[in-house]
Ligand binder design. Structure first.
Ligand code: ASP
Length: 441
């Protein structure tokens, strides 16, 4: 049906098939562990290691430029809204609020359900050397980059974020000169997204190797623990979508949440198919403007901003993943570390571009910040493709819910249109075709 979703759907299918093949290959090779030890330890394992770790290195390679450029793009677009200070502040505050709720919920549920404790000890059989946590004032002081180039070279995420935000603000306040630079960064952003797509092409092979290594070294129990992780993420995503959003909508605007959920279905399906908030943008926009009665001017500011800086579903995955990996490595997270995860996952959500799988990349910065081994990402990668589809649907729902709240409070919502029944399929065909021109994988 949709050009843009085809490569993504294709990739999803390929990933699933390759994952399965990898898992079976690992299990099959496990049978030869004693009889043909050389085949397993001198050939298969090193091969899987090179391909799997190579893929992880490629992903890590993307983190710094991606976060830096997409943050600058997000912040510098605020210039268009310089005369809408109140609206901007309100929108950003609500986006941050939904993200903080999402990540807190994720960590709470992951701490109670403990998906990482059932993992075999051997899975985390690496030396974990955790340096002592620095004092709070040192953390704050260390956030300010004395040398931004060094911050970029060192991959110091907090410093990079501070620099990118300040630079983005400066760009938005520099008139014509700023606009030129903003256009430049938008171009770089597009190229960065193309680079992500390029790396994603290796994803099936990377996942095959990682899965094969996983099942070869661990056996079937790895799946059981991944299933726990998967189910906890899905559970929190559902709570956010079916409980948190409807409650916020009802309490702050009095709007009927059932209508919201019903009318969002089409856009959610599209998000599920493309795994990209950006690609879904025209559909979300059409849904909000035509089906729910939000003024176009407002929606065309809040939704693109949301698809850049508001990723509740991604924050949920990152919250559960951080607690899960910490549990696997038997690291007890302190209260301060929990707070740090909330702060970092919120920053990561702002820095995550609305394209497939970027959430997994920015997860590295959350883990790094709380001294949880980044290698843990390898464990959850196998199920991330599917989770990406689900969390993207939540990401765009969060953008839509906040847009409704802002529209209601700014008297930019037609309540009659909101209450009307959903438009027939034919009426939403146009924006779907339009969406195919968006850069998705
Ligand atoms: N695919 C997500 C989005 O576009 C981002 C991510 O979590 O990877 O919203």
């Amino acid at each position: 049906m949709l050009n843009s979703s085809q490569p993504s759907t294709h990739l999803t299918r390929r990933m699933l098939v390759f994952m399965l093949v990898g898992a079976l290959l690992g299990m099959a090779l496990r049978q030869f562990e004693t009889s043909q030890g050389w085949l397993v330890y001198e050939f298969a394992l090193p091969l899987f290691e090179v391909i799997g770790q190579g893929f992880i290195s490629l992903l890590k390679m993307l983190v710094v430029p991606l976060v830096f450029v997409s943050l600058i793009c997000g912040i510098s677009t605020l210039s268009d809204a310089s005369n809408m200070g109140r609206l901007t502040a309100k929108t950003i505050a609500l986006y941050l609020l939904t993200t903080v709720i999402a990540i807190s919920l994720a960590m709470l549920m992951a701490s109670v359900l403990q998906p990482g404790h059932s993992v075999e000890q051997s899975m985390t059989d690496v030396d974990v050397n955790i340096p002592a946590a620095p004092a709070l004032y040192e953390v704050i002081l260390d956030m300010i980059p004395t040398n931004p180039v060094q911050a970029l070279a060192d991959g110091n995420m907090l410093q990079i974020i501070i620099f990118a935000v300040l630079l983005g603000l400066a760009i938005s306040q520099s008139g014509q000169a700023g606009q030129k630079i903003a256009r430049g960064f938008t171009t770089i952003n597009e190229v960065m997204l193309a680079l992500v797509m390029l790396v994603m092409r290796c994803a099936p092979w990377g996942v095959l190797a990682l899965m094969a290594k996983l099942t070869l070294t661990l056996g079937v129990s790895a799946f059981a623990s991944l299933a726990n992780y998967f189910l906890v993420v899905v559970a929190v995503l559902l709570v956010q979508l079916l409980l948190v959003y409807p409650t916020l909508l009802k309490v702050f605007s009095g709007l009927n949440p059932w209508i919201f959920l019903k009318k969002m279905r089409q856009a959610q399906l599209f998000a599920f198919g493309t795994s990209s908030s950006y690609a879904t943008l025209p559909v979300t926009m059409q849904t909000l403007v035509d089906n729910m009665g939000v003024k176009r001017l407002l929606a065309s500011f809040t939704l693109p901003l949301g698809s850049t800086i508001n990723m509740d579903g991604t924050a949920i995955m990152q919250g559960v993943a951080t607690v899960f990996i910490a549990q696997m490595y038997q690291i007890d997270l302190s209260m301060g570390q929990y707070v740090m995860i909330v702060v970092m996952a919120t920053c990561a959500s702002i820095g995550t571009a609305g394209v497939p799988s970027v959430g997994l990349i920015t997860l590295a910065m959350v883990l790094q910040q709380v001294n949880v081994p980044v290698e843990g990402i390898a464990m959850i990668m196998a199920v991330d493709r599917l989770l990406d589809m689900l969390r993207t649907a939540v990401n765009i729902s969060g953008d839509a819910m906040v847009t409704l709240l802002v529209a209601h409070s700014e008297a930019a919502l037609d309540h009659q249109v909101y209450a009307q029944p959903v438009l027939p399929e034919s009426k939403i065909a146009a924006p779907l075709a339009e969406a195919s021109s968006y850069p998705v994988g």
